[in-house]
Design a protein around this ligand. Structure first.
Ligand SMILES: [Zn+2]
Length: 82
């Protein structure tokens, strides 16, 4: 009458009880809210230093001074190494 040790989730395990607590970021406890992109003015859930994903894609494809400026801001914000 002792419970047998098990390392695999049994049929009684609730799938929603695992892995749902991962947040979007470590320092932001709020839920995701669209914010305005500083470049195009669109509402976007994903932004990096103010630019939405669409703009980042356009910047990367263009590869011009705007992209260099964005990269510089990313490096300043996150300390990304080249
Ligand atoms: Zn944008």
């Amino acid at each position: 009458m002792q419970p047998s040790p098990s390392t695999t989730p049994g049929p009684g395990s609730a799938p929603w009880a695992v892995g749902h607590t991962r947040g979007m970021s470590d320092d932001d406890t709020s839920t995701a809210l669209p914010q305005t992109c500083v470049r195009c003015g669109s509402q976007a859930l994903l932004r990096i230093v103010g630019r939405c994903a669409d703009c980042i894609g356009q910047l990367g494809l263009a590869g011009n001074d705007d992209y260099a400026a964005w990269r510089a801001e990313v490096k300043k914000e996150f300390g990304v190494q080249e």
